[in-house]
Design a protein around this ligand. Sequence first.
Ligand code: SF4
Ligand code: SF4
Length: 525
Amino acid sequence: MKAAIQVVLCKCCVDLPQVLDLQKLEKLASESGNVVSVITVNSACDGDELAAVVKDAREKEADRAIILACYKKEISPSLLKAYKRAKINEFLVDIVNIRDEAVLPNADSREDAQSKAEGMLSAAIVRSRMLVPLSKSTEEMRTKNVVIIGAGIAGQAAVHAAAKTGAHTIVIEKSGKSLKVPGVLLSRSQVIGAKGYSGNYQLKIKVSEKIEDLDCAAIVIASGGGWTALRGPLAKASKEAMPLYELYLKVRSGQLPKGPVVVVDSPDPAGKTMKAQDYAWGATLETVLDLKKRSPETEIYVVFQEMRAFGMSEMAYKQAAEMGVKFVRYDLAGAPKIDPKEPTRLAVKDFSQGELLNIQFGTLAFAAVPMNESNKVIADALRIPMSADGGVRRGSIQRGPVSTPRPGIFVCGSAMFPKPKDIAMAEGEAAGSMAGEYVRAGVIEYGGSVAQITQEKCSACLTCVRTCPYEAPFIGVASKAEIRTQLCQGCGMCVGICPSKAIDLLHYTDDQISEQTRVLLGGGA
Ligand code: SF4
Ligand code: SF4
């Protein structure tokens, strides 16, 4: 297949034309072999401009395209759909994120930005020439079941939203609570294992003492809660202590805690068993500010070893200090202690002042949140990684804040990390609707840029089988590795680790990567 490439330069973000010489890029593209069209547009996201781009591709008989733009194009399904209508294979459309990778890192040097952009364009052209069309296969979903794990606030919102799409909903709830929900409620039930792949999962469920199998097409993890089991010497010494999340809810609902209020980063300040997660500081500042506004006279202390108040939280920190919240920093030698005989007195050495403080408190809360153990069981069963904070890991916060790395599995509410009710409900609705819509499609698509094994090279060492996080490789009847394409997510881990170099990731073969690298390092296109 002879490559006929269309190059599209998108100006949509104002940074691009301000920093780059687009005419030079146009010239470079038009003088490169196999490029049949170069077109510059104001915004490739705009429907009219997109139509013009695709018309141009058809007229110039392009069979592939390179779009130099920003990350938004990567997530724009309309772009790929438009090319599909023009009969251009979706795997032959490459988006080069010139904004984030060339312009923004070199915003203070137009020369460097231009040189990087030119390198990226040349490398993309070389890559485009080497690509071959790929296809996707489809498989019908065997069921319209959407399983919702957890019948808390997020789970209930999810089940109603999924039912509205026409999905058959099944709620799996650990406790014995009885609820009126659309579909079926399996109480005293737990997911203990899962087989299959997105669109066609088989769950193993423990219902009371019986083990049952359940087919489903999509899953919503709404297991929430359980973030309350505090461990560590401070929690042991003060029986009344609570996790920050509880204090947050109390303050928000108008129940003012008994003062003085002390928030310590961890119930195990000198140990390593529980560290404050990053999000905890934002929540700490929000809680103390809320409390100070409701009750200006309440004395509040925030005791911490290292505070990571990101972004705009810095402003909240400043505001809280101005409103009289006392921030006490400690180091390991002066870590806070509570004598069990005096469970309402916290002794801590203020690192900045060198002074030993004895704080008599009415309420003690900890910013560190213990891991929700039941989330781990569910995540392990569904083969979804956990976040460093101990929650179920979601996909991209921008592209899919309630999705997970596995298509067809969604997550919402406190299954990720503790959240207030309104946010948990909103996420539950979003996750339920997405699961319902996923199931409504009725078919799953798979294939495309996935791993492929050259069996003659395979020594059946099992390394790929053990490495793949999605359980896609297996040893087949010929005693050689094979890939279950439906499960492969194209992550490339098996490719890098196979000692026999028997695996390729389609569209990211060694030859394609080497050629691109050669050009990026200054070799000619
Ligand atoms: S890692 Fe490579 S050699 Fe080992 S089983 Fe997998 S494909 Fe075969
Ligand atoms: S590319 Fe990733 S998901 Fe696919 S088989 Fe290899 S390790 Fe598994």
